[in-house]
Structure formats: structure tokens, C-alpha cells
Write a protein that binds this ligand. Structure first.
Ligand code: HEM
Length: 543
């Protein structure tokens, strides 16, 4: 194992490419034996039959037969790019991670994706977009595995299979779709009302981005940072695109999807190739890591920071820019890089830690687990795109697809045969630190805290923040998507849920669907500031 040499743009260097490139004056078998030709199989006589002894034929077809690997269970369709993150030093006071030191440059690989479509689906569908970044830091790899929407559908990872089953194609007809156009998705959302806020982002113009280059990104969960003095803060991560946030119109998205299903991946690759390198500021919202007078931690202005269905408005906690990322190189090989890259929210570096957000906690299991089958065994960390750019000394041995030639006889510590145990002497400096947390009088239970009960107030806030034209688009999207449901009861239930957000919206959608207006219900009290610039707003462009 070891680092692949990379160029300043983050792309693999020419040396490593040459080693991979298959060149030479003549073709060979996979074993390097020279071939006379590759267009005819060996036959007994000119008219056959074909001979089993033709190793070249069998090797060529055997390899082809196994070219496909399983697509990701979610986020199957994606596009990637290499780049560099440059820190401005602003996070150094709250985080000890070396990548945040002023002026420090760190290579990155980013993969943008849709969530629900298969690998061959269209780019421009109405859906959430993944925004996953691998930072190859000197202290190990840090993955920020986020989305372009700052909240999630569910509060607990145990519901993830359920929400994905509801969003994926119907089991009977296998008709693919995005968030929309089917009964199971709207059935889920109208019954599991914590999903209403995320769904409203999807129905707004944010659900149909113009370009990957013009999307915000969000870490969604609250993370815990640790500084050099061992002090902790809670943060949410934000990517702010220098090109601003822009969407398509629904008609544009449909036309683009029909005429060029690769619209977004082509846009990204063409822009990078043309030298129009997309860039983003990385920012953090910082919250104190304290326990309030009721003995509850991770609360901020009445918002539960462990609830991934809630944002913290930027008026309450401004986003502070801590660095800039520029994507400067396209992948050379889609399969090797974009398809085989393996992100994991548990890939952390010293100074960055997780919190008890129950959605994040489940993700910490899921990614490694799924990659075991997607990438064929436990050694996918050795695939070049997944290799850390820091030295690796992990005592992991053998297994399917092992490519390392490990030296030594004692892959255990301490040992007296192979150089002993350097970290018994104490390597706290620079080591991964898990923040000690007290779990006092805890009972094992399957319940959420009461602070997770509010499912509507931030959706109301979001609606209130939209301009008139954004509201028209959002109401039209609800009407269009719900109009594709076969089950009247599902449509009616969802319209009733919209009444908890805004009765005018619910009435407009009901009219569009030919349904009676729902009864008026008290709209949830907004727990946070009513003027909300984070949602539904364009990030100012700088030219
Ligand atoms: C893949 C984001 C919740 C399981 C992904 C990817 C992103 C992402 C960006 C694509 C990574 C890539 O490009 O390779 C998120 C966000 C979440 C969330 C922001 C919530 C805040 C969950 C949950 C689970 C989950 C709760 C399961 C309990 C998966 C799996 C993959 C995936 C299995 C496929 C990974 C692979 O095959 O490499 N997610 N996700 N995600 N996510 Fe999530």
C-alpha cells in the first residue's frame, strides 16, 4: 500500500498512469504472452467446432463476462472529478486537523450523484444530489459524504431501507423514477411526516439543479471538532459554489433529460476540460458543545442538532468560510475512479469526530458493509482511488483481492519480533481522538427524544422564505408529481399533510389534482427565526 503520485490538480501523475496504461507493439494475453491475432477463435478446421484449448478465447470472454460489478444500492449514477482544497486557517482555532492549517493544500476527489436512479438513468431528474468529497490528508483520509439538500428524509438510520424501498421503482412494474410519480414514495412521506421538509426541498427548484457546478453541498449531520487544546465544538459543514446556486425549469429539465440524459456529467467534464474549473468555499456553522440547564446537550436555540431533518438558519449561526476547493482534473478512467471510489462517513481524521445523530450512527455501519459486496471483499482500500495519501500500517492481512505484499511475521501489537510496538510509547499527538462522552443512567430503548417530534415548522419556514415564482414552481411540482399517483387516498393524505405546512399551498395542490380543499389545521409554531436566508435563496455570485 502507498500513495499514488498525484499532480497539483489532484489528478494521478503521468508516472502512475504509464504503469497502468496498456501499451506496446503487440497484443498479449493477460499473462504477457504474445498473440498472433485476436479476431478468430481456434477451430478444428475452418468451419469448426471451436476448441476448448483456446486459452486466449476463454480468457478474453471470461474477463468480459465479469466486467460489471454491482451498482451502488443508492447513488448509483454519479460523476467525479479531482481537485485541491486550500484552507484559509479560519478553522484552525476549533479543529486540530492539519488540513485546516492556513495555506495547507490537500488533494480531493469529489463524486456528485443522483440518489434513486440506476447507473444508466438520466441526470436531470427531480431528486436529491449526492456531494461526496474525499480529502487525502497527510493524517489519513477524511470523507465528507453530503448532499445538496441540508436535511434528510428520516431521523433514524433504521428507516433508511424503508425510505429507499419507497423511493425505488415499484416492485411489480420496475418503472424507474426519482422522488416522484409513484404511490409508494408519497405513501411513505405522508405517513412518515418527518420526511416532509426534505420533500419540500425536492419539490422546490433545488430538486432540479442546473449543474453540479452550481449546487450547494451540506454535511447534513452535526459533527464534533476538537482543537489542539482538546476543546470541542459542534459544527455543520456547507459547500458554497462560486458560480452561485442555479436550477433548471421543470420543462428544461425534461427536455434536457430527453435530449441528453448525460447533461450534468457532460457539463462537469466539459467545463473542467475547457479550464472553467468549478470551485466552492467550504464553511462551518459553529455551535457550543455544552449541556443546557435541563441537562440536554447538542441543542441550539431550541433546535436539536442531532435531528438531521432540521437546519440551523444562517441568521442564528452564520457560515464561516474555512477554505476553498477547486476541481481541476477529470478522471482518466470512469470505472477505476468514479465507480470504485468508496466513501464512508466514518473515514475521519484527528480533530473531526461524529455525534450521536441516530442517522449518522447507522451510516457508520452501512457504507463499509455495502462496499464489502460492491467492491468484492475487504481490500478495496488498496484500489488506487481509495488509497490514503498517508502511510498505512494497519495490521490488516490477506482476504479477497489482496494486492499488498506485506513484510514481517508479526501483524499484531505488541510484538517482540517485528520492531515491537511504537504506539505503546504513546502517540496521542496526532492520533485519532474519540471524545469521551458520559452515558449516565442510560436505558436501552427504541424511541426518539421529544425534540424530534416537530415535523412541520421548518417546512413552513422554508415555504415562507420562497419568492412568489419559487412558490409557483414548488406548488406545480407537488401537483405534477402527486398527479402521477394511482391511489387517490395517498394523494388526499399528502394534501392533508401539506395543510400542516401552509393551507394555501395545500389548497392550490388540491385544486390542481381535482381534489376538495383540505380542512384548515393549526400550522406548527415556527421555533426559529422567521427570516430565513439559507433556504430557497441564491448564494450571491461573485461575477
Ligand atoms: C451512498 C449521502 C444517509 C447508505 C451515498 C452517497 C452519498 C450519500 C453522497 C454516494 C457516495 C458516492 O458518491 O459514492 C448520504 C447523506 C445521508 C445519507 C447525506 C444523510 C444525511 C444514508 C443512510 C444510509 C446510507 C442513513 C444507511 C443506513 C448509503 C449506501 C450508499 C450510500 C449503502 C452506497 C455506498 C457505496 O456503494 O459505496 N450516501 N447518505 N446513506 N449511502 Fe448514503
Amino acid at each position: 500500500k502507498g500513495a499514488t503520485p498525484h499532480s497539483p490538480t489532484g489528478a494521478p501523475s503521468k508516472d502512475s498512469e504509464d504503469a497502468q496504461r496498456q501499451q506496446g507493439a503487440y497484443l498479449t494475453t493477460a499473462q504477457g504472452a504474445r498473440l498472433s491475432e485476436t479476431d478468430h477463435s481456434q477451430k478444428a478446421g475452418r468451419r469448426g467446432p471451436t476448441l476448448l484449448q483456446d486459452h486466449h478465447l476463454r480468457e478474453k470472454i471470461m474477463h468480459f463476462d465479469h466486467e460489471r460489478i454491482p451498482e451502488r444500492v443508492v447513488h448509483a449514477r454519479g460523476a467525479g472529478a479531482h481537485g485541491v482544497f486550500t484552507a484559509n486557517g479560519a478553522a484552525a482555532s476549533v479543529c486540530r486537523a492539519g488540513l485546516f492549517a492556513e495555506g495547507k493544500e490537500t488533494e480531493v476527489f469529489v463524486r456528485f450523484s443522483t440518489v434513486l436512479g440506476s447507473r444508466g438513468s438520466a441526470d436531470t431528474v427531480r431528486d436529491t444530489r449526492g456531494f461526496a468529497t474525499k480529502f487525502y490528508t497527510d493524517e489519513g483520509t477524511w470523507d465528507l459524504v453530503g448532499n445538496n439538500i441540508p436535511v434528510f428524509f428520516i431521523q433514524d438510520a433504521i428507516k433508511f431501507p424503508d425510505v429507499v424501498h419507497a423511493g425505488k421503482p415499484h416492485p411489480d412494474r420496475e418503472i424507474p423514477q426519482a422522488q416522484s410519480a409513484h404511490d409508494t414514495f408519497w405513501d411513505f412521506v405522508s405517513l412518515h411526516t418527518e420526511a416532509q421538509f426534505h420533500t419540500m426541498w425536492n419539490m422546490s427548484d433545488r430538486g432540479i439543479p442546473r449543474s453540479f457546478r452550481m449546487m450547494e453541498g451540506f454535511g447534513v449531520h452535526t459533527f464534533r471538532l476538537i482543537n489542539a487544546a482538546g476543546e470541542t465544538s459542534l459544527v455543520k459543514f456547507h459547500w458554497k459554489p462560486h458560480l452561485g446556486v442555479h436550477s433548471q425549469l421543470w420543462e428544461e429539465a425534461q427536455l434536457a433529460g430527453g435530449m441528453d440524459p448525460d447533461f450534468h456529467r457532460r457539463d462537469l467534464a466539459d467545463a473542467i476540460e475547457a479550464g472553467a474549473h468549478p470551485s466552492w468555499d467550504l464553511g462551518i456553522q459553529v455551535f457550543p458543545d455544552t449541556v443546557d440547564s435541563d441537562g440536554v446537550s447538542e441543542m441550539f436555540h431550541g433546535i436539536d442538532l442531532l435531528d438531521p431533518t432540521k437546519i440551523v438558519p444562517e441568521e442564528l449561526a452564520p457560515v464561516q468560510v474555512i477554505g476553498t476547493m477547486t476541481l481541476g482534473a477529470n478522471p482518466k478512467n470512469y470505472f477505476a475512479e468514479t465507480e470504485q471510489v468508496a466513501f464512508h462517513p466514518g473515514h475521519l481524521v484527528p480533530g473531526i469526530d461524529v455525534t450521536n445523530d441516530p442517522l449518522l450512527q447507522g451510516r457508520l455501519f452501512s457504507y463499509l458493509d455495502t462496499q464489502l459486496s460492491r467492491l468484492g471483499g475487504p481490500n478495496f482500500g488498496q484500489i488506487p482511488i481509495n488509497r490514503p495519501h498517508a502511510p498505512v500500517n494497519d495490521m490488516l492481512r490477506d482476504g479477497m483481492h489482496q494486492t499488498a505484499d506485506h513484510v514481517g511475521v508479526a501483524p499484531y501489537r505488541p510484538n517482540s519480533l517485528d520492531g515491537g510496538c511504537p504506539f505503546l510509547a504513546g502517540t496521542a499527538d496526532g492520533a485519532l481522538v474519540e471524545v469521551a462522552q458520559e452515558i449516565a443512567d442510560a436505558q436501552i430503548e427504541r424511541r426518539a427524544p421529544a425534540s424530534f417530534d416537530d415535523h412541520f415548522s421548518q417546512a413552513t419556514l422554508f415555504w415562507a422564505s420562497l419568492t412568489e415564482v419559487e412558490r409557483e414552481h414548488t406548488a406545480a411540482a407537488y401537483t405534477f408529481e402527486l398527479g402521477k399517483c394511482y391511489e387517490e387516498a395517498v394523494k388526499i393524505r399528502q394534501v392533508e399533510q401539506l395543510a400542516h405546512i401552509d393551507h394555501g399551498l395545500a389548497t392550490t395542490v388540491a385544486q390542481g389534482l381535482g381534489l376538495p380543499a383540505p380542512a384548515e389545521v393549526p400550522v406548527a409554531e415556527v421555533v426559529t427565526s422567521p427570516s430565513l436566508s439559507q433556504v430557497g435563496r441564491e448564494w450571491p455570485t461573485d461575477g
